[in-house]
Design a protein around this ligand. Structure first.
Ligand code: 6PG
Length: 325
């Protein structure tokens, strides 16, 4: 699968949830999003459990995280946007694992491959349940194709490397074929590494591993798992940076990243927003203001507010991160 000079190395849940449609929300909640609030309150213990991740509903005897299930309001085209709010980060990561595993199952069966993109930062830690039972044994890892939405141009064994971060706590624990793990060629300059990664993606389109969006012509990844910085950046697309407006290239380099290290490559918004499914995973009170600005579109809307998906965009928030909604 390795191509060009690209270095080819190389989610079941239930929750005590109070599902609320926009209908019943105070006006300060983001419009056109379905808000799902998950709490651990025991008063929901006998309620049925809604599997929000894939829209299915099932009963569960798990009393740790019960979901108060209610019908999803039909909000037309905007149904694809959802905000999940969790009392406990632990419950967030359990649901994120199921969300990812369900999509893996669907795409592996439908198209024999699952193209997954990750960011760096705390996102990788949020994937920790995937490397545990039952997922570590049940996911069809051989069909996974693993990419980075952004990468720092540093050696792979460097502490700043997103490859190293993902390898140490995720890739080293699951049997994804090394040839299906698409790391950047960090021996190149940032600019050349970005071109090289784009060439790699084009090869994968030609070999039908990677789909192309019919509406945009950009690659259509099956699932993009993104974190968000306290300033509201996603990938290496920072507030006010010209790269946020790139409309033609798939992968670009940045040499003045405000978050060190400065030399990076990053997917562009047209690529991110052509994904079938996008999960934005955000935890901590330090990100509450950016979450508010991104979702309510208030003030200077940060890059995270420009994220969309072709099929489904889900924000996974813990309570502190959602505190200003
Ligand atoms: C990077 C990341 C970046 C990250 C956010 C959030 O390489 O810097 O890909 O986009 O996802 O900065 O990071 P935290 O979750 O650690 O705050």
């Amino acid at each position: 699968m390795a191509s060009s000079s690209c270095f080819l190395r190389s989610i079941l849940f239930s929750s005590p949830t109070n599902l609320r449609s926009n209908h019943h929300l105070p006006t300060f909640f983001p419009k056109n999003y379905l808000i799902c609030s998950h709490s651990t309150s025991s008063r929901f213990e006998s309620l049925s459990v809604s599997s929000i991740g894939t829209g299915s509903t099932k009963k569960s005897s798990d009393t740790r995280r019960k979901v108060k299930s209610m019908a999803t309001t039909n909000i037309g085209k905007e149904e694809k946007k959802r905000v999940e709010i969790y009392d406990l980060e632990e419950n967030l990561v359990i649901d994120l694992a199921k969300f990812t595993a369900d999509l893996s199952d669907k795409f592996c069966k439908e198209r024999g491959a699952f193209t997954v993109v990750v960011s760096g930062g705390s996102l990788i830690k949020s994937l920790r349940k995937l490397v545990e039972s039952p997922y570590v044994d049940s996911i069809d890892w051989a069909r996974w194709h693993f990419f980075w939405v952004d990468e720092r141009v540093v050696p792979k064994n460097h502490d700043d490397s997103n490859y190293k971060l993902a390898y140490d706590s995720f890739l080293s624990k699951v049997p994804i074929p090394p040839g299906n793990v698409y790391a950047i060629n960090e021996a190149l300059s940032a600019e050349a590494a970005a071109d090289d990664y784009e060439t790699c993606l084009k090869h994968l389109v030609n070999t039908n591993i990677l789909r192309v969006s019919e509406s945009t012509g950009f690659p259509k990844f099956d699932l993009m798992l993104l974190g968000m910085g306290p300033d509201g950046h996603v990938a290496s697309l920072f507030p006010g940076h010209g790269l946020c407006n790139e409309s033609k290239k798939w992968v670009v380099s940045i040499s003045d990243s405000p978050k060190p290290p400065s030399e990076r490559i990053t997917f562009t918004f047209p690529v991110i927003n052509s994904s079938a499914h996008v999960a934005l995973v955000v935890c901590g009170s330090g990100k509450a203001e950016a979450v508010e600005a991104a979702l309510k579109k208030t003030g200077n809307v940060p890059p995270a507010g420009s994220v969309s998906a072709e099929d489904e965009l889900v924000w996974f928030l813990d309570k502190p991160a959602s505190s200003k909604l």
